[in-house]
Design a binder for this molecule. Sequence first.
Ligand code: PLP
Length: 438
Amino acid sequence: MSNLFHRDLNADLPRIVSAQGNYLIDDTGKRYLDACGGAAVSCLGHDHPTVRAAIKAQVDTLAFAHTGAFTNQPAEDLAKFLIDRAPEGTGQGRVMFLGSGSEAMEAALKLARQYHVERGDTARSKVIARKPSYHGNTLAALATGGHAGRRAPFAPLLIDVSHIDAAYDYRMRNEGESEEDFALRMANLLDAEIRALGPETVMAFVAEPIVGASLGSQPAPAGYFKRIREICDAHGVLYIADEVMCGMGRTGTLFALEQEGIAADITTTAKGLGAGYQPIAAVIAAQKVTSVIEQGSGKLWNGHTYMSHAIATAGALAVQQVIENDDLLARVCELGAQLFAALSARFKDHPHVGDIRGRGLFWSIELVANRADKAPFPAADTIAPRIGAAAQARGMMVYPSQGCADGTNGDHVLLAPAYTSSPQEIDIIVQTLADAVA
Ligand code: PLP
């Protein structure tokens, strides 16, 4: 019996006691190949020597100095590292380091509000996001997420957010519609929603450049984000890019948005930032936002005790330096091409796999009862969790998600292996997934 809160309070979970490379090992000695990095977190496996050494060295130097009065070197170095590599257009912005993706999303929303208030645009408070999407579990982040079922029990506590459809190719692109037309049609939903709400009341648009947990790994159609950028600029709305899951190399570039040729006004990132070695998230604000605040109140209207924690930032800096020094972005692209080819070979004609989608080392399969009409499996079949359990029984972890109860999407299974995976491990992952699906 555990005294911890788990997602399933009655589950008897394996107890992980150690890790080796991309494997987790439980107290019975069973080994689990981590094919999803938890939830796209562990991008350098579980025992990277350089990262461990950097954390140990920081523990022996400085753990914590309150940011109310001090700054510290690893946090400054990591902030500079991120600003120097953020998509063109970010400029000389600033970075806030927090403990989780949800905190980062809260802080991003508050920063957007502060930007408008400092400009005298106090009527701007409305947020537009997409469905499906997931942006975290704290109240504003939960309100922003596009999953009605998750929001429902907390409805009285949530800020009002409107949701437009995400550009979900498999189910929303019309027969014969070109990618370009689809991109424009979906992006223009934002323009219509801003106009409907009244542009002078809208504060921010929130979207993941590649939809993660809620859709597996859904890239946007080419041109979508360029049009989103135009629409936000035309209406004075800030674009918040949630790169909590898709950022820090997961899709083959450090920031997923680089591949869309635009910069966000505020970017959040988390999982691949610390790679699970430390709990850490970042909010990166573009110069456009920070210059208003610097020339305005000069204060951040937000704060957390553990902001810019020295051990967390030292660990994350080491992670990012390993990714850069070991040329792992190129490796993500190579292994990603191998993974996609292997998934296609296995599942392209599978009667219950409707879609294979992703980018970099971020791939998922969508499961359908019937390929012809794309009918999802009934929720009661719990197909994705059963595939997750079947994989786990075979010694491999995947990230399964059930579709929304309203049938807008099917169940899917997400793969997000470490950037340090071997080609053999990629083969094992696809073979084991095929066995689990069968
Ligand atoms: N945003 C996205 C896109 C996520 O995938 C998640 C977590 O899965 C979050 C925000 C919330 O992050 P956390 O669980 O660290 O609070």
